[in-house]
Design a protein around this ligand. Structure first.
Ligand code: NAD
Ligand code: MG
Length: 381
């Protein structure tokens, strides 16, 4: 039986991973959370991992007391998260934490030779070059969980050694599809958190509203599939049925379709190359009736252009883009920054922080820190 560690098991992706475990037949050896220790305790009692981690130190102290009657090791902080990734007996690590906090544990897991089911897109956005190189050197599989990247991966299985000429990355368009920049300027947290098709964690939901999520996914696709950013086309597809597509040199386009439900891409990352019965509802095309596609509005959603720029420049630009975005989204969620100021903050960071072309891990961490600092320094409140 495959042994898995789930980093971020209490989040949206994490709980859906736990939900599909019976169809995968995997044994869980590690679980982690930031602060949601009641849910983590529940999961730990049901799944009996070797070790668990609460990133937050105070939460970890409380979790230790809760699990005192078990033989489960309770860890904390980055050391604990990294131990769950690299020192548990896992064959595969599901990285479902949110944010670039996932980078070091992912690199540690790769270094320990573990396959990765990657949901944590920020890791590839910040350090795709380093992560892909490490995975190649260690011969580990990096299996995408993000629905678009899973779709591309599934379609690419038909390539039989032929190159992908193009990736067609679909986007729902989020809650503000069709709005102008002026209409969006002062939307509230609640408006931005109301995603039409997907129920997800708060950070990615805001990223979907600004469309930075699609920008991050463009960079993620560039690294995963070794594609030039100009060969990745973003297309708005309101129904979220076509999860993405690939085009070959002869013009053939292959897409993967399904209802919007993350459990299928999560499960496929865990069972690949096999497929297993999955509990998600089935797509009935006659019921879907109509699939619509539009070109994105780059003016209304400046985050898309910023991500394209960072993708083209490479080096530490992904880390700056991502660090500034994480800080700005955090401020927006805390009511300390306006909606339009999220992309403005990212633009300012890309302009102000000089580009380092040679990428090292220290360079990624420095670029991330500089970007966050810059955004916080400009925060009006
Ligand atoms: P979420 O906020 O629901 O869950 C995040 C998890 O990470 C939780 O378990 C939380 O406790 C943990 N966590 C948060 N901050 C942490 C920290 N500082 N240190 C350690 N752990 C921390 O997020 P989510 O929606 O599940 O997204 C997780 C990742 O998957 C993100 O990178 C997101 O972009 C990606 N993703 C999510 C979806 C989705 O449908 N939710 C789809 C595609 C990709
Ligand atoms: Mg996605």
């Amino acid at each position: 039986m495959k042994k898995i560690a789930i980093l971020g098991s209490t989040g949206s992706i994490g709980t859906q991973t736990v939900d599909i475990l019976p169809s995968v037949g995997a044994e869980v050896v590690a679980l982690t959370t930031n602060k949601r220790i009641n849910l983590l305790e529940e999961q730990a009692r049901a799944l009996h991992p070797e070790m668990v981690c609460a990133f937050d130190e105070a939460a970890a102290r409380d979790l230790k007391i809760k699990l005192a009657d078990t033989d489960i090791r309770v860890l904390s902080g980055m050391g604990g998260l990294t131990a769950c990734a690299a020192e548990s007996g896992a064959d595969m690590v599901v990285t479902a934490v949110v944010g670039m906090v996932g980078l070091l544990p992912t690199l540690a897991a790769i270094d320990a030779g573990k396959d990765i089911a990657l949901a944590n897109k920020e890791t590839l956005v910040c350090a795709g070059e380093l992560v892909m190189r490490a995975a190649r050197e260690k011969g580990v599989q990096l299996l995408p969980v993000d629905s678009e990247h899973s779709a591309i991966f599934q379609c690419a299985q038909a390539a039989q050694g032929n190159r992908l000429a193009k990736i067609i990355l679909t986007a729902s368009g989020g809650p503000f599809f069709g709005w102008t920049a002026a209409q969006m300027r002062d939307v509230t947290r609640e408006q931005a958190l109301a995603h039409p098709n997907w129920s997800m964690g708060a950070k990615i939901t805001i990223d979907s509203a600004t469309m930075m999520n699609k920008g991050l996914e463009l960079i993620e696709a560039m690294w995963l599939y070794d594609m030039a950013p100009e060969d990745i086309e973003i297309v708005i597809h309101r129904e979220s049925i076509v999860h993405s597509a690939v085009e070959f040199d002869d013009g053939a386009v292959l897409a993967q379709l399904g209802l919007p439900d993350m459990r299928l891409p999560i499960q496929y990352a865990l069972t690949w190359p096999q497929r297993a019965a999955c509990k998600v509802p089935r797509l009935r095309l006659a019921e879907a009736a109509k699939l619509t596609f539009f070109a994105p509005d780059y003016e209304a959603f400046p985050a898309l252009g910023l991500a394209q720029r960072a993708a083209a420049q490479k080096g530490d630009r992904g880390a700056v883009l991502n660090g500034a975005n994480e800080a700005a989204v955090g401020l927006f969620l805390a009511g300390r920054l306006g909606f339009a100021e999220i992309a403005e903050s990212v633009a300012r960071a890309l302009d102000a922080i000089p580009c380092q072309k040679e990428l090292t891990l220290d360079g990624v961490l420095a670029a991330d820190a500089a970007a966050r600092e810059l955004v916080l320094a400009h925060s009006p409140i």
